[in-house]
Ligand binder design. Sequence first.
Ligand code: DAH
Length: 418
Amino acid sequence: MKFSHYFATCLAAASTTNAFAPSFTTKVRNSKALFSSSTTEPSTYASVERYVNDHPNNNIPPHIAALVGRGLHTKEDHPIGIVRAKIQDYFNSLDEDYKIFDAEDPIVTCKQCFDDLRIEPDHPGRSPSDTYYINDETLLRTHTSAHQSMHLRDGYERFLCAGDVYRRDEIDASHYPAFHQLEGVKLFDKDQVKGADGLSKEEWLASPECKMIADDLKNVLEGLMDHLFGPVEKKWSEDFFPFTEPSFECEILYNGEWLEVLGCGVVHNEVLEMAGREDRRGWAFGLGLERLAMILFEIPDIRLFWTDDERFHKQFKAGTITKFKPYSKYPPVFKDIAFWLPEDFVENDFFELARGIAGDLVERMELTDEFTNPKTNKTSKCYRITYRSMDRSLTDEEINDLQNKLREEVVSLGVEVR
Ligand code: DAH
């Protein structure tokens, strides 16, 4: 099962470009706290050797390690940093004193990323086909929820934490192996939830205190959506996360389409217990910054966030949301590759191999055909790869070279190229 089915809306990125609103500009109040509370400069994390080693379980290729420490969420004039600042401004305006974190180490332990959040040992999200492992015990965080328990244990009661997260996944305009999330947590004062002491699980879920927390959560997040998008229609539905109960998903009606924008819930009591805060109750939420930025700025391809192209960067200024003006649309080149699968074929390994060879020139990888030969019982898959540069035209020759290299190297996955 895919990671995203468990981490629900999982917030990777945006949906289709036609969901975008007409061009508009919003002035954002300057975020006074944008760079506060960072204990470590994110650039400290920019060091390939921190992530790539020869441990047998290390599955981090150099092109992924090279993304760590770029700190897009701390860049004032970058769309990711602008959305992040705008969210932070909203929470500052609530006068509830949220502590801001933005520089936690992207390397976390399995305990932080999974165990402390009640994510089961056999959860598919833990699998090396979905997650980048440094070694047996440490990995690149797959969500910012990995920092919740640590901050709770340290005594923080209201905080936001933003950072880059990493997942092995499919390749298309809205999925990239690195993206950014923002997490929020709020605990309530003891006397506000006193009535809930000693309740069974069912009693707690039906209690006015649990309802009060869920209502506050929805209220705060609805305010956030209006702050980001202007007054919008919202829809709540029940969701599932191992670390919250009840859990919800929020959708907004934007340009005629319902878009999932965040996951949230009342923090599970066992999560609080493990963090030594069983005396308290509270809520948490997590959202994907790329997804929001793609909608707000009308950015059509998630790779653009990582470009160094001036034609991208000169369009954005701190505090201002403007519609992205595509500077070019270079033609795509399509190439098919078909192979017989070994028994243990991992699709994400194939996607990653292609990105390792051709980098961000790979725009999309799509399964176009699959069949099993009834006699040999062998399965064949055919993928269509879309190559396209965001800033120049590609030559036939360079794409043929890349495709040939892929055909050669894919054999290392045990496949038989057809
Ligand atoms: N960690 C979840 C994900 O990556 C998002 C999330 C959902 C965070 C609910 C939360 C939460 O704090 O309460 O998909």
